[in-house]
Design a protein around this ligand. Structure first.
Ligand code: ADP
Ligand code: MG
Length: 377
């Protein structure tokens, strides 16, 4: 149920339930030395809880970024993690600490790293199509859960999809909810941060944003996982944006050599310009590519065994199910900043049922050449 008192005007959640501890993080955890990763405003380090010996990932988020207080952004990230705690494919939040400079999110450690690494690795490390199928089902389960709860991630990319283990291939964990928004109320989003290769055409065109915006990113992600190529990546951002707006995608047999036609068909249901026509997460889960019983034409190995379960079950995966399922990766860098949007009530949208839509609160919006210049990376 939407908790409007818990939301600010821009779709960010403002109220959290997790106690923010003010005792020193280092009193309870030892840093294990190894840096697990870093993003634009965060560094993530492995740590060990002293009382249990358990391993976690500590995400250090600076409270001030570019001179601005970002506490509310961090609270939003925490609140989204809290709201998704029942889903095993969303990284679990263990504890939160605050110091004068940082907020530290103590997260479940996804020791297998980013799926990105296995998309661009040597061929013997690369995912098989069966791997990708298993991982994509998990990603879709996690994303379907978020969307059912009116949360959009808005930064789905291979760097934000992690693995519980790389070898043997484990399960996926979706991380980085820094850009996530609730879509229940009239909401203004001052800026949208996204990654050029993964942004949907509606973002570039200042058209309404919805759960379908995440689905575009999943289409890009799956393309990358299967081929190792980023479908829209150009020599520069402008070229990338042009490729996206023209839906210029290489579906050649050469690129998809050894990959089943059903996989290509699946991607084509997502890399669709009109968000109203784009497949939803729940629809994707019933696509024959992911559904063993209706997937007789797969050209590559067809092991998909008992664990592949029924395709249409999109309910929050039960723990046992989640533990038995695998995961997947994808790639991409840079950040794009796009202007002010407003989020309209979902019911007013013409999108498919259950989709909330953002649309612009203010005009004038720049014409396309001007937009290009405003995308700051
Ligand atoms: P940012 O918002 O700065 O992009 P992320 O949450 O994406 O921060 O974290 C940055 C990187 O740190 C990720 O891309 C990943 O490589 C690593 N990382 C984040 N969370 C975890 C985790 N729970 N377990 C292991 N590595 C993580
Ligand atoms: Mg990230």
């Amino acid at each position: 149920m939407p908790d409007f008192a818990n939301m600010s005007k821009n779709g960010m959640l403002t109220k959290i339930h997790t106690r923010i501890r003010s005792d020193p993080f280092t009193a309870n955890y030892d840093l294990a030395g190894k840096e697990l990763g870093r993003g634009k405003f965060a560094v993530v380090k492995k740590c060990i809880e002293k009382s249990t010996g358990k391993q976690y990932a500590a995400k250090f988020l600076r409270l001030r970024r570019k001179g601005e207080d970002c506490r509310k952004d961090i609270l939003n990230e925490i609140a989204v993690l809290e709201s998704a705690k029942l889903n095993p494919y969303v990284v679990a939040l263990h504890e939160v600490y605050e110091t004068s400079h940082d907020i530290v999110l103590v997260l479940e450690c996804a020791a297998g790293g980013e799926i990105f690494n296995q998309c661009v690795g040597d061929s013997d490390e690369a995912f098989t199509e069966e791997d990708v199928i298993r991982l994509v089902k998990q990603i879709l389960n996690g994303v379907a859960f978020l969307h059912r709860n009116n949360v959009v991630h808005l930064d789905l990319k291979p760097q934000n999809i992690l693995l519980t283990s790389a070898r043997p291939l484990g399960d996926i964990r979706i991380v980085d909810f820094g850009l996530s928004r609730r879509m229940d109320s009239i909401t203004e989003v001052r800026e949208i941060l996204g990654t050029p290769e993964y942004v949907a055409p509606e973002i570039l065109n200042y058209e309404p944003i919805s759960t379908a915006t995440d689905m575009w990113s999943i289409g890009v992600l799956v393309y990358f996982m299967l081929t190792g190529d980023s479908p829209f990546l150009g020599d520069n951002k402008q070229e990338t944006f042009l490729n996206i707006s023209q839906i210029s995608v290489d579906y050649s047999e050469e690129t998809f050599e050894g990959i089943s036609p059903l996989a290509v068909d699946f991607i084509k249901t997502l890399l669709v310009k009109n968000p109203r026509v784009r497949a939803t997460a729940e629809e994707c889960l019933t696509h024959p590519w992911l559904c063993p019983v209706s997937r007789p034409h797969l050209l590559t190995t067809s092991s998909s065994s008992s664990s592949s379960s029924h395709c249409s079950s999109l309910d929050e995966p039960e723990t046992s199910q989640s533990e038995s399922e695998p995961e997947s990766p994808a790639p991409s860098p840079e950040m794009a900043v796009i202007e002010t949007y407003a989020l309209l009530c979902p019911g007013k949208s013409e999108l498919k049922t259950g989709r909330a839509a953002f649309s612009f609160s203010e005009s004038p919006f720049p014409t396309r050449p001007e937009i290009k210049q405003e995308l700051i990376c």
